[in-house]
Design a protein around this ligand. Structure first.
Ligand code: C2E
Ligand code: MG
Ligand code: MG
Ligand code: MG
Length: 293
């Protein structure tokens, strides 16, 4: 009986596996069609200065907008796009769109933009040329663009990490900034903070304390902020959902924050409204110095 049950389980597992594979293939086909049909949109989430809660930057976040259906978040399709290589074309489109949108905001309000870049894009020998072309076509200055990468990209050894390092060094020489996204969740190695071409640390949202009794989390956040400050890096906290988070981070000396407490990702038109509203209530002019990062 035990043997039969095992066999049944194996059969069920097999069916589930085949179903999953079929789902994946269907998703990939739809995704490929969506890239051809340009069924994507870029939404933008404000990143605020913690000193005055003003939006100084925005993160570009891609959404899949299948006609007649609700938008699909990137967590559901970026992994498949990454595995299949579709991310190279999609990522290039996001970068061009984000630079074009941000060029207007930067001209008017000094806003900068951050764009997520996947490992596959950085393995492409043409990435530097494509990124510089996107900047040139949009008129956005290189210094107003930050590229977000995850820890694994540069830490892994081998040809891909070497290629990624070449791109990031070349782009940084042009003034582009580099941020480590989701810091603290990947292959955290302190030596890469010292050695690699980075400018910004984004503290992963999993480090946000639940409340003021959550001392252990606060200790970790403080250690990350101090470490980054000592190395001259800008710190951005992700997943700032409460007033408590914002106050704590400001007290710890974190520079910037991003999260639902301040704003959610929104379409470009809504972001334009938000920035122009902010400019109206602004009590003093933004200095050139603040514009520069
Ligand atoms: P990420 O780069 O870490 O982006 C931050 C994610 O956290 C976004 O999810 C954002 O909506 C969400 N978020 C922001 N504030 C809060 C908050 O207060 N609480 C919580 N719980 N979540 C918050 P989203 O837009 O679903 O994107 C998920 C991930 O997909 C991104 O994580 C990024 O890794 C990837 N992604 C998004 N757009 C692109 C893209 O154009 N290219 C690539 N390669 N990856 C992208
Ligand atoms: Mg990001
Ligand atoms: Mg992140
Ligand atoms: Mg993430």
């Amino acid at each position: 009986a035990a043997k039969a049950a095992g066999k049944d389980q194996a059969a069920v597992f097999d069916v589930a596996m085949r179903q999953e594979q079929a789902d994946r293939i269907r998703l990939l086909e739809r995704l490929r069609g969506a890239v051809d049909a340009a069924e994507f949109a870029v939404h933008y989430q404000p990143i605020v200065n913690l000193d005055d809660a003003r939006p100084v930057a925005v993160e570009a976040l891609v959404r899949w907008m299948p006609p007649g259906r609700s938008p699909i978040g990137p967590d559901l399709f970026i992994p498949a796009a990454e595995d299949s290589g579709l991310i190279v074309a999609l990522g290039e489109w996001v970068l061009r769109r984000a630079c074009a949108d941000a060029a207007v905001w930067h001209r008017q309000w000094g806003t900068t933009v951050t764009v997520n870049v996947s490992p596959r894009q950085l393995a492409d020998p043409h990435f530097t040329v494509k990124a510089l072309a996107a900047l040139r076509a949009s008129g956005l200055p290189a210094t107003a663009l930050t590229l977000e990468i995850t820890e694994g990209v540069l830490v892994r050894s081998g040809a891909h990490a070497a290629q990624a390092l070449l791109h990031l060094s070349a782009l940084r020489a042009e003034g582009v900034r580099v941020a480590i996204d989701d810091f603290g969740t990947g292959y955290s190695s302190l030596s890469y903070l010292r050695d690699l071409p980075i400018d910004v640390l984004k503290i992963d949202r999993s480090f946000m304390p639940a409340d003021d009794a959550d001392i252990r989390q606060a200790v970790l956040v403080r250690a990350i902020v101090d470490l980054a400050a000592g190395l001259g890096l800008t710190t951005v906290a992700e997943g700032v959902e409460t007033r408590y988070h914002a106050d704590l981070l400001r007290d710890l000396g974190c520079h910037r924050a991003q999260g639902y407490h301040f704003a959610r990702p929104i379409p470009a038109g809504d972001l334009t409204d938000l920035l122009s509203e902010d400019a109206k209530v602004q009590v003093r002019p933004v200095t050139a110095d603040e514009h520069s990062d």
